[in-house]
Ligand binder design. Structure first.
Ligand SMILES: CC(C)(COP(=O)(O)OP(=O)(O)OC[C@H]1O[C@@H](n2cnc3c(N)ncnc32)[C@H](O)[C@@H]1OP(=O)(O)O)[C@@H](O)C(=O)NCCC(=O)NCCS
Length: 392
């Protein structure tokens, strides 16, 4: 198999659902913008060189529906023969899309494929506009449809993750995000035009755009004491709150994957190689444990020890599950989510896998390290994990 090189990995800021800066920006515009930005950042690459654009989306309907991967290639201005697909594995969709793009390159079936992710949780609510569980199956196995918040409560109760630990972790996530933003360490963010509808003098609304440079969900003034006052939101006597859950967020991210031949032909400087990707199933009613099983499976496939990994991005769907996974895997928190995670920065479902890839590669570059692992839990009971190796 050939190597798959990630040559560009970028994202929009992550902005709060319904309240944040991207709430009036259509998902197609968000994705088209970040696709064009990735192309512009990649030296000598032309749109006609791209074979396919694979886009992760967890709820691909309405404004981000039909086949958003195809629709956006056209909106972004790719030639008509550049194809596009939508990929769905819920919270790992963006990473799944990058892995599929990489496999195409590794197999020799493509020299340039783009993988990415998109979710506007403002335009399309989590679980979509209508839910229709299978009537007979769900009567016997309601656990397959367990709400994400309840799965987080289950992990906390079953594995003894206290409210205090969750709140400390959530506070740390916010502190790290605030500090990294202050120091301008999110170099993978491309300042993104956000739509605003402004009432004009003639009484009609005009579309205006402003440039958004940073994530807007984190709270720099978070304290453990403040978090401790929040009520549980999913279970009356529970421990999972708005403060120690991931935020609902709008965002898009893409990575351009290239073969070695194309890298040399275009004279591009590659960033990293995707070395390995895997997924695993787990109990749906405790889906948050996914990374605890996906990461060991990944490292076994790659023939590596967890101690060899320099940095981790483990999605913070909820503090309870992220803490449980890090604890069971023996991962030092100094190596994980070093600039904060989804509790502070948001979890735009289908975008998250691509967003965390861009963040991990930027962080690996900043720290000058070689190996990084990205992982997340997935609704329905799964985990996904990917191993990246930085290029010299
Ligand atoms: C938990 C959840 C329901 C909260 O939604 P929300 O009410 O819109 O959350 P908000 O961020 O607006 O926070 C609500 C309130 O909590 C408090 N709060 C939140 N974070 C806080 C913090 N860090 N410090 C202090 N207070 C905080 C504030 O009072 C806030 O109200 P305000 O914005 O008016 O100040 C929602 O974020 C959620 O469902 N998250 C999980 C999403 C999910 O399941 N994803 C998939 C995972 S697999």
């Amino acid at each position: 198999m050939r190597d798959a090189y990630i040559v560009t990995s970028v994202r929009t800021p992550g902005c709060k659902r319904a309240k944040g800066a991207l709430k009036d920006t259509r998902p197609e515009d968000l994705l088209a913008f970040i696709l064009k930005s990735a192309m512009e950042k990649t030296e000598n690459l032309e749109m006609k060189d791209v074979d396919d654009v694979m886009i992760g989306c967890a709820f691909p309907e309405a404004e981000q529906g039909l086949n958003i991967g195809r629709i956006v290639t056209q909106i972004a201005g790719f030639p008509v023969d550049v194809s596009g697909a939508t990929v769905n594995r819920f919270c790992s969709s963006g990473l799944e899309a990058i892995a599929l793009a990489s496999l195409r390159v590794m197999a020799g079936w493509s020299d340039v494929t783009i993988g990415g992710g998109l979710e506007s949780m403002t335009f399309v609510p989590m679980v979509g506009n209508i839910v229709r569980p299978h009537p007979e199956y769900s009567k016997k196995h309601a656990d397959l449809y367990t709400s994400m918040g309840i799965t987080a409560e289950n992990v906390a109760k079953r594995y003894g993750i206290s409210r205090e630990e969750q709140d400390e972790f959530a506070c740390q996530s916010n502190m790290r995000a605030a500090e990294a933003t202050e120091k301008k360490l999110f170099t993978e963010i491309v300042p993104t035009p956000a739509t605003k509808h402004v009432l004009g003098k003639n009484g009609t609304y005009q579309k205006e755009t402003t440039l958004i440079e940073a994530d807007d969900g984190f709270r720099a003034n978070t304290t453990v004491e403040g978090l401790a006052k929040l009520r549980p939101v999913f279970a009356a006597n529970g421990s999972v709150t708005a403060g120690n859950s991931s935020q609902m967020t709008d965002g898009a991210a893409v990575s351009i994957v290239m073969s070695e031949e194309k890298v040399k032909e275009l004279g591009v400087t590659p960033v990293a190689k995707l070395k390995c990707y895997t997924t695993v199933g787990c109990r749906p009613d405790e889906m948050g444990v996914g990374p605890r099983y996906a990461i060991p499976k990944l490292l076994k496939l790659a023939g590596m020890d967890i101690k060899e990994i320099d940095l981790f991005e483990v999605n913070e769907a909820f503090a309870s599950q992220a803490l449980y996974c890090l604890r069971e895997l023996g991962v030092d928190q100094e190596k994980a989510n070093i600039h904060g995670g989804a509790i502070a920065l948001g979890h735009p479902l289908g975008c998250t896998g691509a967003k965390l890839c861009a963040t991990l590669l930027a962080n690996m570059g900043e720290r000058g390290v070689k190996y990084g692992v990205e992982s997340m839990c997935i609704g329905g009971g799964m985990g996904a994990a990917a191993l990246f190796e930085m290029c010299d």
